[in-house]
Design a protein around this ligand. Structure first.
Ligand SMILES: *Cc1c(COP(=O)(O)O)cnc(C)c1O
Length: 307
């Protein structure tokens, strides 16, 4: 009997949960309607599924459903957030702050904006992978329009102090965007408590399908203005045109729902497994743990071996 190779690359993507697949399948077949077809039952069925999914995802981050804009994933959500804010607020200022350890889906849109005349400050992180809040506060200026810092890192798994960052942004009236691709369904996220104005999400890091995600866009206190980056049929409040991909959205919501339901149980199980694994491998010589020892995702162990 052949054995499958052991998969230890869940920051890159996760296997689809069979319950997620089961939830999606009817929307490929009998419920194939366009969620924007408002004059027949095929459209209504799809629309109802999308509405329910939007509510599930909104509840998962303590937002309201109208604040969820579905996108093709976190890359697109990051592009919409960063370029969308830049285009909408350039009269107020052209300075953006981000961090060295961001995903390329944040850094590359920032570099693109530099070419258009925006100024980008890229903050370093400490040896533990965490940002220095004092340094962050000092980097904010009257012309700073956006701060973009990820929730949990996709390599070393460290979790940034979102609540403290959000409080600083609110004090200086700078919009706060967080790429939470690795965080949704794994750590608690609360856009109100953490003062988050924009948050990028994706399904496929939490046992959902690839090719679907969302951008949370705050609608009050303050109301965030965004310039659409994809024009067309005006779906998603005009912020993301294109026919709504109902099966992916249904799967995304199911994955988030399952992830959140099991968050504590999964994290305590993973932390136990991780502690056992680290106990064994740390006995080897010249082996180091990268990132903060405890302020990190339960499923993440990132090590260096000297030489
Ligand atoms: C995976 C990942 C992305 C890209 O998400 P897609 O949905 O694949 O576009 C962006 N940011 C982080 C932190 C990620 O881990």
């Amino acid at each position: 009997m052949s054995q499958k190779p052991i998969y230890l690359d869940c920051h890159a993507t996760t296997p689809l949960d069979p319950q997620v697949l089961a939830a999606m399948l009817p929307y490929f077949t009998e419920h194939f309607g366009n969620a924007s077809s408002i004059n027949h039952v095929y459209g209504w069925t799809a629309e109802a599924a999308v509405k329910q999914a939007r509510e599930t995802i909104a509840a998962a981050i303590n937002s309201s459903p109208e604040e969820i804009i579905f996108t093709s994933g976190a890359t697109e959500a990051n592009n919409l957030a960063i370029k969308g804010v830049a285009e909408a607020y350039f009269a107020k200022g052209r300075h953006i702050v981000t961090v060295m350890t961001e995903h390329r889906a944040v850094l590359d849109p920032c570099h693109y904006l530099e070419k258009l005349g925006f100024e980008v400050t890229i903050l370093p992180v400490g040896a533990d992978g965490l940002i220095d809040l004092e340094l962050l506060e000092k980097s904010l200026r009257p012309d700073t329009i956006l701060l973009s810092i990820m929730a949990a890192n996709n390599e070393i798994g460290v979790i940034q102090p979102l609540g403290a960052i959000g409080a600083i942004c609110r004090q200086y009236q700078v919009l706060f965007h967080t790429d939470a691709a690795q965080a949704i369904g794994k750590i608690p996220l609360d856009v109100e408590e953490m003062n988050i104005d924009l948050m990028s999400l994706t399904a496929h890091k939490v046992h959902g399908p690839k090719g679907i995600g969302a951008l949370y866009v705050r609608r009050r206190n303050p109301r965030v203005r965004l310039a659409a980056q994809i024009q067309g049929g005006g779906q998603e409040k005009g912020l993301r045109s294109g026919t709504i991909f109902t099966p992916q959205i249904v799967g995304f919501a199911k994955a988030v729902e399952l992830g959140i339901k099991a968050i504590e149980e999964d994290n305590s199980h993973l932390n136990q497994l991780k502690a056992r694994l680290w106990e064994i491998i740390s006995q080897l010589d010249r082996i180091y743990l990268n990132g903060h020892p405890s302020q990190r995702l339960a499923g993440n162990l990132n090590i260096s071996i000297e030489g």
